[in-house]
Design a protein around this ligand. Structure first.
Ligand SMILES: NC(=O)c1ccc[n+]([C@@H]2O[C@H](COP(=O)([O-])OP(=O)(O)OC[C@H]3O[C@@H](n4cnc5c(N)ncnc54)[C@H](OP(=O)(O)O)[C@@H]3O)[C@@H](O)[C@H]2O)c1
Length: 260
């Protein structure tokens, strides 16, 4: 593609947090961006701020039909996509004492299944695009089992496998695949966390970091470096040692059997 032709992106989860900041960085670079989230107003606000650059594609991405319609909307408007960044996600914590499978279902539906609907819609458009790039936002949680993260960790580990497997299968077609693994970032998602979040970054810094790395087509964009440097070696420890580390993160002991 000539340097004068703007790159065309589809970014999900663009209404808040990392996605909203990434949308601004992409638009400031002159790109054309299809923006998805359930909340339409923040997407419309970006469309007003960057006239002619935004395709508002608001929908609940857990609805596979709605995602197909976004694919059709982008196909009609642009006919192709160069980069797809699947960033939409949610987090809910599990209380193992009252294990509720609906939490697993909701988080996996949002983080994993919705991403697969987006991939189905995106691939034909990427195949028609220039130097196509598929990007998925997973999480550093995939490096180590964490307490209460049964739902979130399962969804993000599944997402990682989906992307890493797809990377192999798409390589003959020249579609690059990158997994983003943030540590802690200040967003509405983490505002609710009631535990320490070491080395956390502001969302605009995370967005600028992701954008700066995208051009190099790395397999992985993991940050903050200090956080990853601590976490990564732990991922290589034997399971029994990982269990001891996880137990030290438990905030309260399990109920005594006399309390039950
Ligand atoms: N913040 C962190 O520390 C951190 C760390 C590791 C990974 N991550 C990952 O980074 C991504 C962005 O998270 P964030 O921290 O920026 O959270 P956030 O501020 O809560 O943003 C989440 C985005 O996803 C969208 N979304 C959620 N459910 C959706 C659905 N069903 N359909 C369409 N859009 C949906 C939200 O928009 P609507 O509500 O308007 O639909 C919002 O735009 C997530 O995948 C998250 O797991 C975050």
């Amino acid at each position: 593609m000539s340097p004068n032709v703007p790159r065309r992106y589809w970014l999900t989860g663009a209404s808040s947090g990392i996605g909203l900041e990434l949308a601004k960085v992409l638009l400031e670079s002159g790109a054309q961006v299809a923006l998805s989230a359930r909340s339409r107003e923040p997407l419309e606000a970006l469309a007003r701020q960057f006239p002619g650059q935004v395709l508002v594609a608001a929908a609940d991405l857990t609805n596979s039909q709605a995602v197909r319609e976004i694919g059709a909307q982008i196909a009609q408007a642009w006919g192709s996509l160069d980069t797809v960044i699947l960033n939409a996600g949610t987090c809910e914590y599990v209380d193992a004492r009252q294990f509720d499978a609906s939490i697993i279902e909701h988080v996996v539906r949002t983080n994993l299944l919705a991403s697969s609907y987006c991939i189905e819609a995106a691939l034909p458009l990427l195949r028609a695009g220039q130097t196509p790039h598929l990007v998925g936002v997973a999480s550093a949680v995939t490096y180590l089992p964490m307490p209460r993260a049964e739902a979130y960790g399962a969804s993000k580990t599944g997402l990682r496998y989906l992307f890493e497997s797809l990377r192999i299968d798409l390589s003959p077609e020249g579609i690059d695949v990158t997994v983003v693994s943030p540590g802690f970032v200040d967003t509405p998602l983490t505002e609710r966390n009631d535990f320490p979040m070491p080395l956390r970054w502001p969302a605009d810094k995370a967005a600028r970091h992701i954008f700066a790395k995208l051009n190099g087509r790395p397999l992985e964009i993991a940050f903050p470096a200090m956080f990853i440097a601590t976490l990564w070696p732990l991922s290589k420890l034997p399971n029994r040692v990982q269990l001891l580390i996880g137990k030290r993160m438990l905030r309260s002991p399990p109920p005594h059997k006399d309390d039950l």
